[in-house]
Design a protein around this ligand. Structure first.
Ligand SMILES: *Cc1c(COP(=O)(O)O)cnc(C)c1O
Length: 431
């Protein structure tokens, strides 16, 4: 399988190059040249989660990884459970937060780490992964790559702008993970990382790669749980998926699953106040806007990077997009009410991102009267957002064991000004 650039000005590459390069040289995102249709019998058959993953991912990776190699990778990457919580006869929540960092990003980060380490075996030079984070991505990447041989991870995060829990998750692993605490904003961190990739000395001296959300290798594993949910829950009918969305990588994974053959009535792209996508759906135009801060902060994205991929999948025709995807934006006030309502009605605790997804499904039901079974993707454990949730429900939330352990550990970060020259000096002296 080859992967082409959405901008169309770079030559296509194989899976391995798409994995290590992330972005195409022309600045476009990589897309697979074809999406194989696997047939409904494949999705109906009795498969473990790793087997399902291998079946869906192998067509994309078979030029670079044998079936047996991919099986090893998937067994190591997807070694934690998923859950489906049925709220009532038609609505359920797909719990994607039982991985090590308690967010759905573990699926992609663990797959990517294991795959990269596979390709690095028998290579002498160590790979350095540079990643800028506003919170969740960094901890999923750090955990995914923790103790993976031949890879060092350097995380840049904005000082005082991530939650206490997130900071502990980033700074307490040690080993091959280094946290750089940048005196600046997330944008500064991103700018420094980008500059590092463009710097000739660094590229010459170090083997650098990134792990951010535009990497094609993150989308493939994000298609698998849609199929898993359908198998568990749909009784061979179509389903509705409501996806709380920021950069739209999760939703794009769902679109891939649908093209591979998972029967879907509609995808709902539920956003917070950052409403570029719902605006695009209703008007057909993309308005570039700055991100605004909300309580579902992992979705505070001005212009979603995977928008290019979605447009590409639908041949730049917004009317085709609308056939498959409905989209609405919800305020923080709506989100808080949703958390409260789900708690009161079902005794079930959800965090702000998942609450946006619940609002999306409810809105769709109101607009269409559809009684088709609906699945809300729950992207994080409520314990990660205790500071937002506790004032709403008026109770303490229980912190899962893994977070309690991290909270007790000593923070270990290297403070750094928001200048690229400092990052460069650090990278060269630690080489
Ligand atoms: C990253 C993230 C999202 C948004 O996912 P995208 O793929 O960027 O749309 C939603 N919820 C949580 C908890 C996240 O960490």
């Amino acid at each position: 399988m080859r992967f082409y650039s959405t901008k169309g000005n770079s030559i296509s590459v194989g899976f391995k190059d798409a994995l290590f390069h992330g972005l195409a040289p022309d600045g476009g995102l990589y897309m697979p040249e074809t999406i194989p249709h696997l047939g409904i019998d494949f999705f109906k058959s009795d498969l473990s989660y790793p087997e399902l993953a291998v079946g869906m991912i192998h067509p994309f990776t078979k030029d670079d990884l044998t079936h047996a190699q991919l099986t090893d990778i998937c067994e190591l990457a997807f070694d934690f459970p998923l859950g489906i919580k049925e709220l009532n006869k038609t609505d359920s929540v797909l719990e994607l937060f039982h991985g090590p960092t308690l967010a759905f990003k573990d699926f992609a980060a663990r797959f990517m780490a294991r795959t990269m380490s596979y390709f690095l075996e028998n290579k002498d030079n160590e790979l350095t992964i540079l990643v800028a984070t506003s919170g969740d991505t960094g901890s999923a990447v750090a955990n995914g790559f923790f103790n993976v041989e031949g890879i060092n991870v350097i995380i840049l995060y904005p000082s005082n702008r991530v939650s206490t829990i997130q900071e502990k998750q980033l700074t307490t692993l040690g080993g091959n993970i280094t946290a750089l605490e940048i005196d600046g904003s997330f944008d500064d961190c991103q700018r420094m990382v980008k500059a590092a990739f463009q710097d000739h000395d660094l590229r010459h001296r170090l083997f650098l790669s990134s792990a951010n959300s535009i990497n094609m290798a993150r989308l493939l594993p994000q298609s698998v749980y849609y199929a898993w949910a359908w198998k568990q829950y749909a009784n061979n009918e179509t389903v509705i998926f409501s996806v709380p969305s920021g950069n739209f990588g999760n939703l794009t994974g769902g679109l891939l699953a649908n093209r591979m053959g998972v029967p879907v009535e509609k995808f709902i792209a539920a956003t917070n106040a950052n409403d570029t996508f719902p605006h695009f759906i209703s008007s057909g135009t993309i308005q570039h806007q700055d991100a605004v801060q909300t309580i579902s902060n992992a979705m505070d994205v001005g212009v979603p990077s995977n928008l290019d991929r979605i447009q590409n999948l639908f041949h730049d025709d917004v009317n085709q997009v609308k056939v498959d995807i409905a989209s609405w934006s919800f305020s923080d006030k709506d989100t808080k009410e949703s958390i409260q309502n789900i708690k009161n009605e079902f005794g079930y605790l959800i965090e702000p991102h998942t609450a946006v997804g619940v609002l999306g499904l409810n809105k769709y039901r109101n607009e269409t009267n559809s009684k088709t079974k609906g699945v809300v993707l729950s992207t994080a454990h409520p314990g990660k957002f205790a500071d937002v949730i506790e004032p709403i429900i008026g109770n303490k939330t229980a912190l899962p064991d893994s977070l309690q352990i991290a909270m007790k550990k000593e923070k270990n970060s290297i403070k750094m000004p928001n200048q690229f020259s400092d990052l460069k000096e650090y990278l060269l002296q630690s080489d």
